[in-house]
Design a protein around this ligand. Structure first.
Ligand code: FES
Ligand code: FES
Length: 208
């Protein structure tokens, strides 16, 4: 028996036998793919902007959709939904991530900070103030992601004792796209807060 005969399976036989013999062809029901079955919902707990929250979620739901659609925190923006623009950046345990690429369920037990959680009451976060003062925005669509990403960057720089020059800021913020091209103001705002955090207001310090 050669290889060709081995590949001639039962379904091929039914397909060809019908027209040849005139017999009725019995349609074979498609195999049920386990991936088509509706997923069971799963419970999870997270701390969002200091508030403990419990949810039952579809395991396929992204963190971005959980924030926007389930919790109503629409400050976090959906741009590309493919991890390419940074509009959806939030902080998970202080580290910046693209929430469109993160399944909500994988953040079970974690601490999430969104743009809504950066200000303290009426007092804006220093980065929010600096973005306003330095014209770090135009339409504002990318701004929540830019500011969350900048907050993560300043934390990383403090932990790793990295010197942040303007070039370094541009490099480290390259995952956050601004279609309005407000980059000069964005870099200036981040550098301003970086200098403030180091207790230096020397505008020339560390410039790249
Ligand atoms: S919406 Fe997540 S990176 Fe663009
Ligand atoms: S301010 Fe409009 S996209 Fe950045």
């Amino acid at each position: 028996m050669n290889d060709q005969r081995l590949e001639f399976n039962r379904r091929d036989c039914v397909k060809t036998a019908g027209p040849i013999t005139g017999a009725a062809v019995i349609s074979v029901p498609p195999l049920i793919d386990a991936r088509d079955a509706p997923p069971s919902r799963v419970s999870m707990n997270i701390l969002i902007n200091g508030k403990p929250c419990s949810f039952t979620v579809d395991p396929r739901m992204t963190l971005l959709d959980l924030l926007r659609e389930r919790i109503g925190l629409t400050g976090t923006k959906k741009g590309c939904d493919h991890g390419q623009c940074g509009a959806c950046t939030v902080l998970v345990n202080g580290r910046r991530i693209n929430s469109c690429l993160s399944l909500a369920l994988t953040n079970d037990g974690e601490t999430i900070t969104t743009i809504e959680g950066l200000a303290v009451g009426d007092q804006l976060h220093p980065l929010q103030t600096a973005f306003i003062e330095c014209d770090g925005l135009q339409c504002g669509y990318c701004t929540p992601g830019q500011i969350c990403s900048a907050a993560g960057l300043l934390r990383e720089a403090a932990q790793e004792r990295t010197e942040l020059t303007d070039d370094e800021i541009r490099e480290q913020m390259s995952g956050n796209i601004c279609r309005c091209g407000a980059y000069p103001g964005i870099v200036e705002a981040i550098h301003k807060v970086y200098r403030q955090s180091r207790g230096s207001d020397d505008s020339a310090a560390g410039r790249g």
